[in-house]
Design a protein around this ligand. Structure first.
Ligand code: ATP
Length: 269
């Protein structure tokens, strides 16, 4: 018996209330996923199937993983990320076995949300020719089988996936009863940027920061870009503090210098 791959289970500490802004994303998640999962009888009465999962798509660094964690929190489910590296095996049949074991572990730890990150890498529609494809082809089939049985039988296993390249996702994964619902996650809007900035600044010394102005100046910044911005400002204040021999808080001036250094990484999407 091969050892079971450790499913890295997390207990999600957050819910959708912790997701700043993105009201449309939250409303759609409620309507298309959380609502039916919480009211299975009602959903079935209206002909809504509970099969399959939901795919988050949009530019990188915009909080898809954060949102997936929040959905797990809403469902009181444990959370685990599954990426290509976790499932790919080098020996014959190993990939399928890994997938099987991941789903088995999820069932045993249900309720459990499996988050397939960069799902386009698992089933890439354009890699139809060439080596490697046959291995992934059977991985996709194995995922489909497991997903069908886990979600059809209501085993308390929830499936979310994410991609920056929705058009590259294997069409088989997108069929009804599979990842048939999609939610677009765009760069954070104003309230989301405010929430992200507050989160990043929470444990750092600050003085007189104008959050509204920072929100205005960071249009098109991803969550990751906002992180870089705060880090850059913190470095400036730290360098100054070391020179002074005492801690000096992060000021608006640091933020403005940082704004000249850090540019949004997302173009028009
Ligand atoms: P993706 O999965 O889209 O590549 P990500 O999951 O890595 O993105 P980021 O956008 O890089 O997430 O966000 C980094 C951190 O910023 C998150 O861990 C979270 O603390 C915070 N964050 C992101 N979006 C929000 C939001 N809407 N509200 C509050 N905090 C957020």
């Amino acid at each position: 018996e091969p050892p079971e791959p450790a499913l890295d289970l997390e207990t999600s500490q957050i819910t959708l209330a912790d997701v700043g802004g993105l009201e449309q994303v939250k409303a759609r998640l409620d309507m298309a996923f959380l609502g039916p999962m919480r009211n299975p009888e009602l959903a079935r009465a209206f002909g809504k199937s509970l099969r399959g999962g939901l795919m988050l798509y949009g530019p990188p660094g915009c909080g898809k993983t954060f949102i997936a964690r929040a959905v797990a929190g809403e469902l009181g489910a444990s959370f685990s990320t599954v990426s290509l590296a976790d499932i790919l095996g080098s020996r014959l049949g190993e990939t399928e076995r890994n997938i099987e074991q991941i789903f088995r572990a999820a069932r045993r730890n249900s309720p459990c949300l499996l988050f397939f990150d960069e799902v386009d890498a698992i089933g890439h529609r354009r890699s139809g020719i060439g080596s490697g494809w046959s291995g992934l082809r059977s991985a996709v089939n194995q995922i489909l089988t497991e997903m069908d049985s886990a979600t059809e039988d209501n085993t308390g296993v929830f499936i979310l996936a994410a991609t920056n390249h929705p058009w590259d996702v294997d069409p088989a994964l997108r069929r009804p009863g599979r990842l048939d619902r999609t939610v677009l996650v765009l760069p954070p809007d104003g309230p989301a940027r405010a929430a992200i900035l507050q989160g990043k600044l929470r444990d750092r010394p600050v003085d007189g920061l104008d959050l509204d102005l920072l929100v205005k100046r960071t249009e098109d910044f991803s969550g990751a870009d906002l992180g870089h911005l705060v880090e850059s400002a913190a470095e400036l204040a730290l360098a100054d503090s070391m020179r002074l021999g005492r801690a000096r808080p992060i000021t608006m001036k640091d933020m403005k210098v940082a704004l000249r250094q850090v540019k949004p990484s997302i173009g028009p999407w």
